[in-house]
Design a protein around this ligand. Structure first.
Ligand SMILES: Cc1cc2nc3c(=O)[nH]c(=O)nc-3n(C[C@H](O)[C@H](O)[C@H](O)COP(=O)(O)O)c2cc1C
Length: 199
């Protein structure tokens, strides 16, 4: 991915170029770039316009980030992890140039909650595709460190909200290869010209 982005890409190019990355250049992503990506996020489809997404953006050197990192470290220890794993969990939180906690507001019932969760995932993908345009990678983290105790209170999130993921956001310093199975493996297409189905 070009370091200074690739504005003017087609939707298809952005979809295919988007890659998650775990190593980032040591430079911040400007707030204006994050704002642009968030604006793309909120144009995701959402049933009944519930706008169920909530975003918490943590600058790299913010005090909140440092506390969140210590909470992640403690969580690993509390769950039986050793010091090495705990430090690795803390460093993951500290190292990303921009860190974002993304929550979903539950709906009135289970079906609405599922719809809201789907909408938040669409929003994150919009953000990731906008990131391609900006030369920025957006990487999901849903492991144990995302469920550190005290995080909602630290951020000011409603405890009733569901944490969907943490996002690591930055200019990638690696370009991982990826792969997908050909789509024909996953599609059953009932064609117009098929013989009539006899009931
Ligand atoms: C819902 C979801 C959760 C994920 N959780 C993690 C995670 O906890 N840790 C991690 O390293 N990658 C995580 N990933 C990243 C995926 O493993 C990633 O999509 C995969 O490496 C393929 O990368 P690509 O989409 O760039 O091809 C997650 C992705 C998704 C969509």
């Amino acid at each position: 991915m070009a370091a200074n982005g690739a504005k003017g890409l087609s939707v298809y190019e952005a979809i295919h170029r988007r890659r998650m990355a775990w190593k980032f250049e040591d430079r911040p992503v400007p707030a204006s770039t994050i704002d642009t990506m968030l604006d793309a996020a909120i144009w995701a489809p959402n049933h009944r316009l519930t706008e169920p997404w909530r975003f918490f953006v943590l600058d790299q050197d913010s005090p909140v980030r440092r506390v969140a990192a210590e909470m992640a470290r403690q969580t690993v220890l509390d769950r039986g992890g050793d010091e090495r794993r705990a430090d690795a969990g803390r460093d993951k939180i500290l190292d990303a140039p921009c860190l974002m906690y993304v929550y979903c507001v539950p709906g009135q019932d289970e079906a609405a909650t599922r719809e809201n969760y789907a909408a938040v995932c669409c929003a994150i993908q919009n953000m990731a595709l906008a990131g391609v345009s900006e030369g920025v990678a957006v990487t999901w983290e849903t492991g144990g460190i995302t469920r550190a105790e005290g995080i909602p209170e630290l951020l000011g999130a409603d405890p009733a909200w569901d944490l969907v993921t943490i996002l690591f956001i930055g200019y990638p310093d690696e370009h991982p290869l990826s792969r997908r199975t050909p789509v024909t493996q996953f599609v059953q297409w009932h064609k117009r010209e098929d013989p009539a189905v006899v009931s």
